[in-house]
Design a protein around this ligand. Structure first.
Ligand code: TUI
Length: 307
């Protein structure tokens, strides 16, 4: 399937793997790239030496393009911005902020730049700053989210910018891809579906929660902090939601939520972990290899689109 995104990145299918902190490491990224999409290693707040090693591992596992996600709230963002240049990574995606100050250096180094945007205003700013494409991410997504839905955000971003737009948030099968194209997107970013990939290295408790989730099993925590986050509705997540209703201070919230994503991904800790996932988790019922996930999504999408 050829679109402006397959052309831009030199990939077979216009699908990017979400840059999920702690989750998106070299094994998963390489598997998605080998499946014909574009895998991503997430910087999160990980140490730079670890990330350099992850980038080099991915290079040893695939000769296809892959990217790195720079989470802009992270204290390592500046160092990681330089690392992707030094390691000649094909492209970067960014999240949780405005990457404007890095774009010129990335472009000069030949690194393609694809920021995640939660609004038309940021999409326009990113286009003016030289971004190659933007990911319009709806509030259905997992992890840190904006307010607008995928259905409303994507067509408005498509109308507002000339650069290609990828849709993200709530896409986990060929119907979602076909719908995204109908809204004017040239590609998709998919996170939650890859949590249930065979090659995804997260704790089995995490995969089981995703596969076992039903439609109403995701919940948004941390609204009162200004950094809302969607995750599986566990007892711990419900406790965090209590803070939105005044159950504790921001300091108390930060104390119990800090490190909670690691506790989910690495330890599978059901009592203290934040199992971030998108609202589409309810539709995901099996654990499959990336190759099957990607090829089945696109064969379904192509049928629906009548290609
Ligand atoms: O970044 C994500 N998802 C994430 S980051 C993350 S780690 C984290 N944990 C707790 C609090 C904050 C981060 C877990 N999941 N997705 C991309 C995304 N970017 N969603 C929303 C945004 C966004 C929000 C505001 C992008 C830009 C933005 O700009 C504000 C501005 O400066 O204009």
């Amino acid at each position: 399937m050829k679109t402006k995104i397959t052309e831009l990145l030199g990939i077979e299918y216009p699908i990017l793997q979400g840059g999920m902190a702690w989750v998106a490491e070299s094994t998963l990224a390489a598997a998605v790239s080998n499946a014909g999409g574009a895998g991503i290693i997430a910087g999160g707040a990980a140490p730079i030496d670890y990330l350099r090693d992850q980038i080099r591992r991915a290079k040893s596992l695939t000769d296809k393009p892959f990217g790195v996600n720079v989470m802009l709230l992270s204290p390592n963002a500046e160092e990681l911005a330089q690392l992707v240049i030094d390691e000649k990574v094909a492209f970067v995606t960014t999240g949780a902020g405005n990457p404007g100050k890095y774009i010129e250096a990335w472009k000069n180094a030949g690194v393609k730049v694809i920021p995640v945007v939660p609004s038309v205003a940021l999409a326009k700013r990113m286009e003016r700053a030289g971004a190659d494409a933007v990911i319009a991410e709806g509030t259905e997504s997992g992890g840190h989210i904006g307010e607008n839905t995928t259905m409303c955000l994507v067509p408005q971003v498509v109308d507002a910018v000339e650069i290609p737009v990828l849709a993200a948030g709530g896409i986990a099968d060929g119907r979602g891809i076909a719908a995204a194209f109908m809204l004017g997107a040239e590609g998709v970013q998919v996170g939650t579906r890859f949590l249930a990939a065979e090659e995804c290295q997260i704790h089995e408790n995490y995969k089981n929660l995703v596969v076992g989730a039903k439609d109403t099993d995701s919940i948004v925590t941390g609204r009162f902090t200004g950094h809302p986050c969607r995750s599986v509705k566990t007892k711990f997540a419900k406790k965090l939601v209590g803070f939105d209703k005044g159950d504790g201070t921001i300091e108390e919230f930060e104390q119990i939520s800090s490190g909670s994503l690691r506790k989910a991904v690495v330890d599978g800790n059901l009592d203290e972990g934040s199992f971030m996932c998108g609202a589409i988790a309810g539709m995901i019922n099996d654990i499959r290899p990336c190759k099957d996930i990607v090829s089945e999504m696109f064969s379904q999408a192509e049928k629906l689109l009548g290609r």
